[in-house]
Design a protein around this ligand. Structure first.
Ligand SMILES: *[C@@H]1O[C@H](CO)[C@@H](O)[C@H](O)[C@H]1NC(C)=O
Ligand SMILES: *[C@@H]1O[C@H](CO)[C@@H](O)[C@H](O)[C@H]1NC(C)=O
Ligand SMILES: *[C@@H]1O[C@H](CO)[C@@H](O)[C@H](O)[C@H]1NC(C)=O
Ligand SMILES: *[C@@H]1O[C@H](CO)[C@@H](O)[C@H](O)[C@H]1NC(C)=O
Ligand SMILES: *[C@@H]1O[C@H](CO)[C@@H](O)[C@H](O)[C@H]1NC(C)=O
Length: 282
């Protein structure tokens, strides 16, 4: 509870300064890019050469140079990483960030919100709501949709959790020390993510379609909804961007988001976000 209130109000305009939040978004993108670059170029090259069978030589060479590179730069990297290579000011207060600590994840807010998922209806007593980002398409698509989801989480006071799956393990590091933004592996809906596509029975688009696009006809919010925002989404999925459809989502504790797009600009078209966006990015 404490952790969520910290996140919720901390991300509103009051306690978080404009500067800090806009910085966070810019930094988030930059940092992820740098991590991708640092941790995966060599591995990707090595893996790639092995995968296309360019011979053992290439694989062995790459392996050797990676471990050498890691060993020689390790002490430097620890110092550099603490302040993220100078991106953060020395007094940066990581407590005030959106990310939850790994220990807190196993404590009440997450579990209680999870209970709503298993009970099948929203209790209204949970303190936290979540955006669960799921991967779609290539690495570039994933980075831009992840950054957009981060902005959406900020705007809606949600906690962002990411499902990196197995193919991206090790590509992204944890953004902050002692915190985790990884979706716990035993998350009940994880096995459905892969097949998630437009028109899914549990998608917001489908719910709107079923109710003739009149969301106020839905009395009971579901414990979770899929937001399908990939390039091939249908007209009903797109209704997510209509201002009058955003309010309903506030009562849905779990939003499972799948997108391969940089959808952040669309968020600027939603009038109810504009004030907060103005404070975040100005
Ligand atoms: C590559 O490494 C493997 C295992 O370490 C070794 O058996 C093999 O001889 C190496 N190949 C070359 C070309 O160095
Ligand atoms: C919360 O859920 C996690 C993961 O399922 C579990 O490991 C942990 O023990 C739970 N904590 C509580 C307080 O129930
Ligand atoms: C609502 O949540 C409270 C506290 O977690 C719990 O005691 C109660 O049984 C829940 N009610 C329903 C209908 O799930
Ligand atoms: C991370 O957690 C460990 C163990 O709980 C603690 O010793 C360490 O100081 C923490 N580091 C930071 C940066 O909070
Ligand atoms: C939407 O549904 C609500 C509640 O059922 C109803 O009062 C309202 O008239 C409907 N609006 C339209 C445009 O159909």
């Amino acid at each position: 509870m404490a952790i969520c209130q910290m996140e919720g109000s901390g991300l509103g305009s009051a306690r978080f300064t404009k500067m800090a939040v806009s910085f966070l978004i810019a930094f988030f993108l930059l940092y992820m890019l740098s991590l991708v670059y640092r941790s995966s170029t060599f591995d990707l090259i090595g893996g790639f050469s092995r995968a296309i069978g360019t011979g053992e030589m290439a694989g062995n060479d790459t392996g050797a140079s990676v471990s050498e590179d890691k060993r020689s730069s390790q002490p430097e990297r620890v110092a550099v990483d603490k302040l993220l290579g100078g991106l953060l000011a020395a007094g940066f207060d990581e407590e005030s960030c959106i990310f939850i600590s790994a220990a807190d994840l196993t404590l009440n807010p997450y579990n209680r919100t999870l209970e709503e998922l298993s009970s099948g209806h929203v209790n209204g007593t949970t303190d936290c709501s979540y955006v669960v980002w799921t991967p779609a398409n290539g690495l570039g698509n994933r980075i831009i949709s992840m950054a957009s989801s981060f902005l959406y989480a900020l705007l809606t006071n949600r906690v962002l959790l990411v499902d990196l799956g197995s193919d991206m393990a090790g590509v992204f590091c944890e953004p902050f020390p002692n915190t985790s933004w990884l979706l716990p592996v035993d998350f009940p809906l994880s096995n459905q993510f892969y097949g998630l596509r437009s028109g899914n029975d549990h998608s917001y688009g489908h719910l709107l379609w079923k109710n003739n696009m009149n969301i106020s006809a839905v009395s009971q919010p579901p414990p979770f909804l899929y937001l399908y925002l990939s390039y091939n989404y249908d007209d009903y999925d797109k209704l997510f961007y209509k201002d009058q459809n955003q309010g309903f989502l506030q009562n849905v504790p779990w939003l499972i988001l799948k997108s391969d797009q940089y959808f952040a600009p669309y968020l600027f078209l939603i009038p109810s976000f504009q004030e907060e966006l103005g404070q975040i990015i100005s």
